[in-house]
Design a protein around this ligand. Structure first.
Ligand SMILES: Cc1cc2nc3c(=O)[nH]c(=O)nc-3n(C[C@H](O)[C@H](O)[C@H](O)COP(=O)(O)O)c2cc1C
Length: 211
């Protein structure tokens, strides 16, 4: 039977980028981490590592880096860069607290323990990243169920070295994302998606084929 609560959590989730300063209780953080590490993981490898950041000074440093990383993203990486006035507005919103969260989780690919032969390294890496992504989505969904908003941040990959200098992860752990978590101080806004018809093809057997 479909679990309506679970579905509802997934169908109402949106990225949240502005957070209340209220700390997230430890037991809630632990539930989110448990949900994350219950995700499917290729070959049972669990080649993931997480750093939970609540320290205020570190959070301020992360926020500064997030500003720089978003600026690089908007100005340098896109085939169609943001217009100058939008970049300025975005940076202003960040200066006013957008992305500043009471909790960040830095997510690392942890290939210290290898499972595959060298010639299958790329295969191993891709599956480990997919497994890590499943863990992050579990965290996002469990957090939302518990009233905690989040946004998945990919831009730190544009400043990996700086993030590593700031966070000092174990050697051979490679940053894949920074997740910001907190109680929302903005209204959730469901963003548009391409229609199911556009992104799915059904193969149901001859008699049910669509024209
Ligand atoms: C891999 C990944 C990286 C992302 N990186 C960023 C980011 O660096 N900054 C940001 O503001 N949002 C980031 N997002 C959030 C997306 O912008 C967001 O999911 C998308 O706009 C759809 O909005 P929704 O999550 O509210 O449905 C990222 C999402 C994913 C899955």
């Amino acid at each position: 039977m479909l679990n309506a609560q679970c579905l509802n959590t997934m169908l109402t989730r949106t990225s949240i980028r502005r957070f209340k300063p209220t700390p997230i209780p430890d037991e809630v953080v632990m539930r989110i981490l448990e949900a994350g590490t219950r995700a499917p993981t290729a070959g049972g490898g669990e080649q993931w590592f997480f750093m939970v950041i609540v320290d205020e000074e570190l959070r301020r440093s992360i926020h500064k880096l997030l500003r720089r990383a978003h600026e690089i993203y908007a100005r340098e990486t896109l085939l169609e860069p943001y217009p100058e006035d939008s970049v300025v507005k975005w940076m202003k919103r960040i200066d006013e607290g957008m992305y500043y969260a009471p909790l960040y989780i830095a997510a690392y690919l942890d290939l210290r323990k290898r499972m595959h032969k060298d010639e299958y390294f790329q295969y191993e890496r891709v599956l480990a990243i997919q497994s890590l992504s499943a863990a992050l989505q579990n965290m996002i969904i469990s957090a939302w169920f518990l009233g905690v908003g989040s946004v998945w941040l990919g831009v730190p990959l544009l400043l990996k070295e700086e993030f590593d200098k700031t966070l000092n992860p174990p050697q051979d752990c490679e940053l894949q994302a920074v997740m910001a978590f907190g109680y929302p101080s903005e209204e959730p806004r469901l963003r548009k998606r391409r229609g199911i018809d556009e992104v799915v093809i059904f193969k149901r057997g001859q008699e049910l084929h669509r024209a």
